[in-house]
Design a protein around this ligand. Structure first.
Ligand code: PGA
Length: 271
């Protein structure tokens, strides 16, 4: 299925467990300063920065009064309580977060988070008022075994189980093939990404209806760099990019944002 709705491209910076307080400050300030002359608000791009928990407050302060939104990389699905070391949706909202990334493959595979737990987080985050970026994606073994479609169906279906339809416009999906994340050698081709996005949109439509499928933003993630951003973002159904490595370098991140703005404008002009 191909999306026929036009909307701004979304670029998410997932800083993972990187930066220090001064590094986070420089990175956020560099991005804000670099975008000062670009109109990212109207016909441009939606930009979201997701620093590590300890730097949310300081990055939030820098993003205040800009059009760049603050996001977190995870949460625990309870309001408060005896959960040592965890961070609640209430705390994230209190720090100015609008978004939260959930189901990232590093949490699925390195920390063993199952779909049911991710689903719990999705529902609690939405109920608390956060927008959710749900990450899904297959491993190399699953791709080689022709299990991509089944895996995406499963992760999407289980991750979004029982999400109320009035919360759907606050959900976006990031397709992140595990084999292409943080990899110098394995990049998904634009066709592979487009195909997977189409599978996800079709599945989304089966669960929530065609209108919702047309509206949902599906971002691509997996070693996106400025050089391949245009080839990816110009594909139908690729609504944005989730960047890890490239989001840690001001000029690389800005270069991808500029590609996104140019893509949004060219789609709007040809419509
Ligand atoms: P990468 O990370 O761009 O470094 O591959 C993307 C991600 O895992 O979110």
């Amino acid at each position: 299925m191909i999306k026929d709705d036009i909307e701004k491209k979304t670029i998410v910076g997932n800083w993972k467990m990187h930066t220090t307080s001064s590094g986070a400050r420089d990175l956020a300030q560099g991005i804000v300063d670099g975008l000062v002359d670009e109109s990212i608000d109207e016909e441009g791009a939606s930009i979201i920065l997701c620093p590590p928990f300890p730097y949310l407050a300081l990055v939030g302060e820098i993003l205040k009064d800009t059009h760049i939104a603050l996001g977190a990389q995870n949460l625990y699905p309870e309001k408060e309580g005896a959960f040592t070391g965890e961070v609640s949706p209430t705390m994230l909202l209190d720090l100015g977060c609008k978004y939260v990334i959930l189901g990232h493959s590093e949490r699925r595979h390195k920390l063993g988070e199952p779909d049911a737990f991710i689903n719990e987080k999705v529902k609690v985050a939405l109920a608390a008022g956060l927008d959710v970026i749900l990450c899904v994606g297959e491993t190399l073994e699953q791709r080689k075994a022709n299990q991509v479609e089944a895996l995406l169906d499963r992760q999407l279906g289980l991750g979004l189980a029982n999400v109320p339809s009035d919360a759907l416009r606050r959900v976006s999906i990031a397709y992140e093939p595990v084999w292409a994340i943080g990899s110098a050698t394995h990049h998904a081709t634009p066709q592979q990404a487009e195909d997977a996005h189409s599978v996800l949109r079709t599945r989304f439509g089966q669960i929530f209806g065609e209108d919702a499928a047309n509206e949902v933003s599906i971002q691509y993630g997996g070693s996106v760099v400025p050089d391949d951003a245009a080839a990816l973002l110009s594909r139908p159904g690729i609504d944005g990019a989730l960047l890890g490595g490239a989001s840690l370098v001001v000029n690389e991140f800005l270069a991808v944002v500029r590609v996104a703005i140019a893509e949004t404008r060219s789609v709007m002009q040809s419509a």
